[in-house]
Design a protein around this ligand. Structure first.
Ligand code: ATP
Length: 748
């Protein structure tokens, strides 16, 4: 036996605490009309979580509370019903206690409380607990007064629900509902994750482009470093080789020049000694003196010209560089957004009356835009450099003029010297040896000096190139980093000057492209790209997980569906066996069976909506016009003995009651509920049928505890314990345990 006791307190007509203990497998409840018997049956439904107040004969929860009767019996503040189960046989498998009490309280503010063994719980907990114990929410095992044929008058869908409930399939339905809800949440989550991914996709694309740019710039920088290293290695090898060569080459002529000076001094001193005696010797010394003065000056001027040329070249290079930079600005990309700003600023000029003024304003706005976006170009620099070149050229021209006049003076002196030489040569005088020496020395000096001058010029030019390289090294370190100037690692490179010049151009081009790539803030962008990508990958993984979870839920639901379907159909077969037997027992023949039909399709609802509605016991939608395949329902087929009646509609009241009872008992036989409450189900039975009913009840009580509210003597006689309900003048119901004989009297 599962039911232990029922305690009512302030519930409906039970003003005072009333307690029913169920010590027998059949408990009868008897009493006069209106004494409160049905209130007891309703107390069961109430405590088991009934949500339809209407079905408890009330409008609001408040109607469940004792509302006062006579003058001295005041209203109660709350109604409570407590049902106590014996759990020693683990009727509630999840609960370890030997006794389980479920209590429901309704307050005057219509709020409800549920208590499980004294601890507050949610309604849902109660419902799930009960469904696990095969005490279903459809209340198929609590038949209220006048509801005996509820199962016959129910829609085919409600019938299916009652039978599913009775077969204990609600547990699976709850699991299915839970899975459907999870599925909905999963799908919702998937949508959210997908939308998040959609949101960040353009950002990732943008960042990716930036990163590609940065990587391209980094690659270009690496290329630049390589080219720089080769370039510097070649340049440095060239400069040191040239330096070495020039110094080597200049050594001999320099030495010779020194020696020639000595020789000349010696020859001159001979001539000076003979000066007084020889007019021509004086001329030679004098001529030599003037010639060497002119040549020294000419050498200096030549060196100056070389220097001026070098400076002019450096200026030219700087101008070229600046011009390259400016040329780039002509193809500079500007943001459309910026241009739109200019347009809107132009649109704000409303002085249309003065077209000329407007035109100027537009032009100056556009000019301001261009100069804002042009790089910091130093046009003044070009002007200055050009001026500088001009001045250098002027100086050079002066020097060249000077050089020319010196050359002319030199030529004149050389001519003089040639004439003097010829004259001296003619004299064939042995004393003229010294003069001849002077002439020879001077001639040789002339040759050697020009060699030395040329070499000096080359040395000076090389020094310029060395300076230029130093500047380039500084620049390279700035633009491409220190490794760009680490050319020693590159090894010696020998390259002709033309190839080196080509490299220099290559370097300039690369520098410009790197600058254009504008790879500033690279690490930030890279970091953001990496992070955003990681987030996206995380979301993708999450999406996969969710898709897997969705798949699993689909499988789970399909499994539950299959299980429900199988259990349901095999349950129907079993019920039909019992139903047929009970039916022919009641009617002395005939046939009755349940069969599964498809309900016409209704408004499209989600599976979750549908199932949640079914589980909560809410009313379904009315069938729609189109009758495609809808959910399955249960139809009842009866065939009475000796009658042609086939439709339920055509049964008499008694026949309906008998058919319902047969069906209810059949259902209860297949999957016996812990208890069954029958409120005057036997009201319509005649004596013969009351007897059969009594037999069936006894049979049923083997597996389920029965609580029978009845006026029927036969039924009463089958009860082990009988409670009498009476109502005093205060309108409050009272309970008392009575003997069968008294019960017969009380019932009347
Ligand atoms: P019958 O044999 O005719 O079916 P019954 O014994 O089943 O009668 P119930 O229907 O259980 O009688 O009892 C109804 C009684 O309970 C009515 O007298 C009604 O006034 C009373 N009642 C119902 N709700 C309340 C309430 N909130 N406060 C007080 N009395 C109530």
């Amino acid at each position: 036996m599962h039911l232990k006791s029922l305690e009512l307190s302030g519930f409906k007509s039970f003003a005072k605490k009333a307690n029913l203990t169920f010590t027998s497998s059949i408990t009868g409840i008897v009493g006069p009309n209106g004494s409160g018997k049905s209130n007891v049956a309703e107390a069961f439904r109430f405590v088991l979580g009934e949500q339809s107040i209407k079905s408890l004969r009330g409008k609001r929860g408040e109607d469940m509370i004792w509302n006062g009767g006579g003058a001295d019996a005041g209203r109660a503040g709350r109604a409570s019903v407590k049902l106590v189960f014996d759990n020693t046989r683990k009727l509630f498998p999840g609960i370890d206690f030997d006794e389980v009490s479920i209590e429901r309280v309704v307050n005057r503010d219509n709020s409800n409380e549920y208590l499980l063994n004294g601890t507050a719980v949610r309604l849902r907990d109660v419902v799930e607990l009960l469904s696990a114990a095969h005490i279903g929410a459809t209340g198929h095992h609590i038949i209220s007064q006048g509801e005996a044929d509820r199962i016959l008058s129910a829609s085919i869908r409600e019938r299916r629900e009652i039978i599913e409930d009775a077969l204990g399939l609600k547990v699976y339905q709850w699991k299915k509902l839970e899975s459907l809800r999870k599925l909905e949440r999963t799908e919702e989550n998937m949508k959210q994750v997908e939308s998040l991914r959609r949101e960040i996709a353009p950002h990732i694309r943008f960042l990716k482009k930036q990163v590609e740019k940065i990587e391209k710039a980094q690659e270009m920088r690496r290329d630049l470093v390589d080219i720089y290293r080769g370039y510097f290695a070649a340049e440095s090898a060239y400069i040191s080789a040239e330096k070495e060569r020039l110094h080597r080459e200049i050594a001999a002529p320099r030495k010779e020049l020194g020696e020639l000076d000595h020789e000349l001094e010696r020859a001159k001193s001979v001539l000076t000694a003979a000066k007084g005696k020889d007019h021509k010797s004086g001329l030679v010394v004098d001529l030599e003196g003037r010639l060497s003065a002119v040549r020294i000056e000419k050498d200096a001027v030549t060196l100056d010209i070389g220097r001026l040329e070098g400076e002019a070249n450096a200026n030219r290079r700087a101008i070229d560089k600046e011009k390259d930079k400016q040329k780039r600005d002509e193809f500079k990309t500007v943001y459309l957004k910026d241009l739109e700003e200019v347009v809107s600023s132009i649109e704000s000029f409303h002085s249309l009356d003065d077209a000329k003024k407007l035109f100027h304003e537009i032009v100056s706005a556009l000019k301001a835009f261009i100069s804002k976006h042009r790089g910091t170009n130093d046009s003044a620099f070009i002007g200055e450099a050009e001026k500088e070149i001009e001045s250098l050229n002027n100086q050079k021209a002066a020097k060249e003029a000077k050089q020319k006049s010196l050359s002319e003076a030199e030529a004149k002196l050389v001519k003089e010297y040639e004439e003097l030489k010829a004259a001296i040569d003619k004299e064939k005088d042995t004393n003229r040896d010294a003069e001849k020496d002077v002439f020879r020395i001077i001639a040789r000096q002339n040759e050697v000096r020009s060699i030395v001058t040329n070499l000096n010029n080359s040395i000076a030019a090389l020094a310029h190139e060395e300076d230029a390289m130093k500047r380039e090294l500084g620049e390279a370190a700035n633009i491409a980093g220190r490794e760009a100037v680490d050319y020693a690692a590159h090894g010696a490179v020998h390259r002709d000057r033309q190839a080196q010049e080509a490299q220099r151009h290559q370097i300039e081009k690369l520098k410009i492209r790197i600058e254009d790539a504008g790879a500033g803030g690279g690490t930030e962008v890279m970091k953001e790209y990496r992070e955003t990508e990681e987030r996206d990958a995380f979301l993708a993984r999450e999406l996969e997980d969710l898709a897997r979870a969705k798949d699993e839920l689909h499988k789970l639901i399909a499994g539950l569906d299959a299980r429900i379907d199988y259990e349901f159909k095999s349950g129907i077969v079993k019920i039909n066996q019992q139903f047929g037997e009970f039916f022919s027992l009641m009617f002395g023949g005939g046939k009755a069976e349940l069969f599964v039909v498809r309900e016409p399709k209704r408004r499209k609802k989600s599976d979750t909506e549908d199932l949640a509605e079914a589980l909560s016991g809410a009313d379904g939608e009315a069938p729609a016009e189109d009758d495609e395949d809808g959910p399955e329902g249960i139809e009842v087929n009866v065939s009475l003995p000796r009658k042609k009646v086939k439709s339920l509609m055509m049964l008499s009241g008694g026949e309906r009651a008998l058919t319902s009872i047969a069906l209810l008992f059949a259902i209860s036989q297949v999957n016996p509920p812990p208890f069954v409450i029958l409120d005057e189900t036997d009201a319509a039975l005649d004596e013969a049928n009351s007897k059969k009913y009594g037999d069936m009840i006894e049979n049923l009580s083997k597996n389920s505890q029965l609580i029978l509210i009845t006026h029927n003597r036969e039924t009463m006689s089958r009860a082990g314990v009988i409670y009498g309900v009476t109502m005093g003048s205060d309108g409050a119901s009272k309970l008392l345990s009575i003997a069968f004989e008294d019960a017969v009297k009380v019932a009347k």
